[in-house]
Design a protein around this ligand. Structure first.
Ligand code: PNS
Length: 158
């Protein structure tokens, strides 16, 4: 069985993330969305909230689950017998940061591979921080996050 992990901050999940989840779920037998702490980012939603939001939108995918983990991604993968990391790439600007992480993870454990998926063009401008900024100042986030989360996220951010 081919298992993969899709790790990230997901603060909060966007349609760009969901697009990667949907496409990756077709490539692997089991896909685990792992909400991890990025020490370089100050979070807005707490980890449990992020997991709850993701749970609401992945129910339709039989082979996708979501968990949180506090620690190294590699440790999470070894505990769960996962060898492949899926990451989304939006633009060249993502590449340097993602390459560094992929190489670091591979240095920590050479049995782990990172597979990059190109974000769909319609979501190439989208990020969790932009969603938070738009929502914070009362802008419309429809089309940026899953429909069932629009109201929840808008209220919470304000
Ligand atoms: O969505 P993000 O913020 O780009 O995701 C980054 C994340 C959370 C995947 C990364 O910070 C991470 O893997 N954190 C766990 C700690 C870890 O394993 N760090 C080593 C990789 S440099």
């Amino acid at each position: 069985m081919k298992k993969a992990v899709y790790p990230g901050s997901f603060d909060p999940i966007t349609n760009g993330h969901l697009d990667i989840i949907e496409r990756a779920s077709k490539l692997f037998d089991e896909l685990t969305v792992a909400v991890l702490v990025n020490p370089d980012k100050k979070g807005m939603f707490d980890i449990d909230e992020r997991v709850e939001l993701i749970k609401k939108v992945i129910a339709q995918y039989d082979n996708v689950n979501v968990v949180s983990f506090n620690g190294l991604l590699i440790d999470f993968m070894n505990k769960n017998d996962i060898d492949v990391i899926v990451k989304g790439l939006r633009a060249v600007s993502d590449f340097e940061y993602e390459l560094q992480m992929a190489l670091m993870n591979n240095k920590l454990d050479a049995t782990k591979e990172t597979v990059f998926m190109m974000t769909s063009a319609k979501y190439s401008f989208l990020s969790s921080s932009a969603v938070k900024q738009v929502a914070k100042f009362g802008g419309c986030i429809e089309g940026l996050v899953p429909d069932e989360l629009v109201e929840l996220i808008s209220k919470r951010v304000k």
